[in-house]
Design a protein around this ligand. Structure first.
Ligand code: DC
Length: 231
């Protein structure tokens, strides 16, 4: 894979601030953004609709290869996710869809089928790739690799606040346990487990505000690579 088009990978567990930080960093650099979790979530939704059983690797792999995905910016600059032309942005953000995504993501055939689709996002002038295995598997040649983390308690608090704002009633303790269980599954699966790449810089966002975390990521990017606007 060529590094002619630079890639900044941002990996880490859910609630580490990845999504928000990736969007902001991509916006400030003027680079493309790959939200790989959204692709796994779209697969979770697509497979639910075709009623593929979660252990039917062949059917899920086929869906992963064939499903028709589009990411489009809306007027507010937010990304809308389309599955076979239908806007499913809100549908893929539920806890149930995240849970199903984490399960289908454990299948080697599925991960293989999605590799090429993710690599196609590497377009000029650069890419910020957000996920779990961006620096280890999908873009191992990336010049800037960041691994974001935060305590389980803090990540549960962030998710709780988000869900409350959306009017979804959840229990903080249950949420904390679900997050810990999902982390465990993502980190211990045999294919592409959630681990920092050897050459990744680890940033703990437990005590950091979003702006400070964005600055830390941009600072790291500047140290590793001359960026647009640099002397
Ligand atoms: O980041 P997210 O919560 O939208 O991701 C949903 C699930 O997809 C997550 O539990 C694990 C899986 N995933 C993955 O295995 N590899 C990625 N690169 C991104 C997400």
């Amino acid at each position: 894979m060529s590094e002619a088009v630079p890639v900044l990978t941002l990996d880490g567990p859910s609630g580490s601030g990845k999504g928000t930080i990736a969007r902001s960093v991509a916006g400030q650099l003027g680079w493309h953004l790959l939200d790989s979790g959204a692709i796994y979530r779209l697969l979770a939704l697509a497979s639910e609709r075709t009623v593929a059983a979660l252990d039917d690797e062949a059917a899920l792999t086929e869906t992963a290869a064939q499903m028709h995905l589009t990411f489009l910016p809306d007027e507010a600059g937010e990304t809308r996710a389309l599955l076979d032309g239908e806007d499913v942005t809100e549908l893929i953000r539920t806890e149930a869809c995240g849970e199903r995504a984490s399960q289908v993501a454990g299948l080697p055939g599925v991960r293989q089928a999605l590799l090429r689709r993710q690599r196609d996002f590497q377009q000029s002038p650069g890419l910020v790739a957000d996920g779990r295995d961006m620096g280890t598997i999908v873009f191992p040649e990336a010049s800037i690799k960041i691994y974001l983390t935060a305590s389980v308690e803090e990540r549960a608090r962030r998710r709780y606040k988000q869900l409350k704002e959306q009017g979804v009633g959840v229990n903080l303790h249950d949420l904390s346990q679900e997050i810990a269980a999902r982390d465990e599954r993502d980190a211990t699966r045999s294919v592409a487990p959630l681990v920092p790449a050897d050459d990744a810089v680890v940033i703990d966002t437990t005590e950091l505000g979003i702006q400070a975390a964005v600055e830390a990521v941009l600072g790291e990017a500047r140290r590793r690579q001359a960026l647009p606007g640099d002397d």
